[in-house]
Ligand binder design. Structure first.
Ligand SMILES: *Cc1c(COP(=O)(O)O)cnc(C)c1O
Length: 371
């Protein structure tokens, strides 16, 4: 890659713009005398809960563990079935597997690539204990039918919000509807740390208390007695303080992403690329800008030669991965998921993407595809 390469995600421009605040955050922590479990973590948890208007936030060390610990705190046990999608980041499913539960996949909607909520009821069995929708690419799954099913069947509802910080559907913010919601602060995410991080939101004080123990070896803080063995899954103070700074800027980042999305939609009209479609009432945050075209391989190759990096999220549906073949979902059993996986790809998207760089991407695609 040359200096001129346009990457699908980059933080270096943002770092230059925000360097004083970021280095200030690091210095605040280093001078505080506490590097884990200190004031920055506690303040971030309060501020992140308040942003969502949800009573409790328990921070953890990454998004995978946020899903894993949330499942455990909600009482999901080995052998339980958890209904989710195969078109997601593998960690959603890895976390289900890690607690010994069985992932059960439903197909996706061909317009939004989100969980086909109409398919969920038929997937419920006596062993189902949890529904795990993923607000993929920055757009919210319609939770109303899932809440109704959860009520009717006594299931837990866990939202995977790793790609949807600040996204809303009919005004309701992602992470505020379920029994719990898991977030990742992996650097590329809409709210990203300068390293790893994660958090769980929950309205339930008992779930929050279980999460606090699970992330700290299974101990109640200050009592140092393990009742149920847990994990070590703490958010460190440096990342927490950086996340406090970035949370204050989150709405600006989202606005920048939306402006980029609007320029793509306008610039790519008439090229035959299918640009993102919004489900009714959705305020998309464009974690990824995912488009679709039958000639994907040719497009990726042609743009690479012009110094433009495109990626595929996700090229291999989770149920087709060798590590999940034991689940017995043969290729062909999730036809929409599998068909979309052949054609989708992601264009460069991050808040500080320069307008000129985006213009190069649009021009390259137009020259290749239009007319
Ligand atoms: C990123 C992501 C995760 C995992 O987060 P990490 O912080 O990388 O562990 C889980 N689910 C989804 C949908 C993600 O995009």
């Amino acid at each position: 890659m040359t200096d001129e390469t346009i990457r699908v995600w980059d933080y270096l421009t943002e770092y230059e713009q925000e360097r004083d605040a970021l280095m200030g955050a690091v210095d605040t922590v280093f001078r505080s005398g506490r590097l884990v479990f200190g004031d920055s973590m506690r303040a971030f948890e309060e501020e992140f809960a308040a942003y969502h208007d949800v009573p409790h936030c328990v921070s953890v060390d990454n998004g995978t563990n946020a899903v894993k610990l949330a499942l455990q705190a909600l009482g999901v046990k080995p052998g339980d079935e958890v209904i989710t999608v195969s078109n997601t980041a593998a960690p959603t499913v890895v976390a289900i597997d890690a607690v010994g539960a069985v992932p059960v996949f439903v197909d996706i909607d061909p317009d939004t690539y989100l969980m086909d909520t109409a398919a969920v009821e038929a997937a419920i069995t006596p062993r189902t204990t949890c529904l795990l929708p993923v607000h993929l690419y920055g757009q919210c799954v319609d939770l109303a039918p899932l809440e109704a099913l959860a009520d009717a069947h006594g299931l837990r509802l866990l939202e995977d919000c790793a790609q949807a910080h600040g996204a809303r559907r009919h005004g309701r913010i992602a992470g505020s509807a379920g029994h719990a919601a898991a977030f990742s602060f992996y650097p590329t995410k809409v709210l990203g740390a300068y390293g790893d991080g994660g958090a769980v939101l929950t309205p339930d004080p008992e779930v929050a208390e279980r999460l606090r123990r699970l992330r700290y070896y299974g101990m109640a803080e200050r009592y140092y007695v393990v009742e149920t063995p847990g994990h070590n899954s703490r958010l460190d103070e440096v990342q927490a303080e950086i996340l406090r700074h970035k949370l204050r800027r989150l709405d600006d980042y989202i606005a920048a992403r939306r402006a980029i999305a609007a320029r793509y939609a306008e610039g790519l009209a008439g090229t035959g690329l299918t640009t993102p479609r919004l489900a009714p009432g959705n305020d998309h945050v464009y974690y990824l800008y995912v488009v679709r075209h039958p000639r994907r391989a040719e497009i990726l190759g042609a743009l690479a030669t012009r110094g433009i990096e495109l990626t595929v999220s996700y090229r291999w549906p989770v149920h087709t991965m060798s590590g999940f073949r034991h689940l017995g979902r043969k290729p062909g059993t999730l036809p929409v998921t599998e068909a979309m996986a052949e054609e989708i790809f992601s264009l460069p998207m991050y808040p500080s993407l320069p307008v000129a760089a985006q213009g190069r991407v649009i021009t390259a695609l137009r020259e290749l595809l239009a007319g």
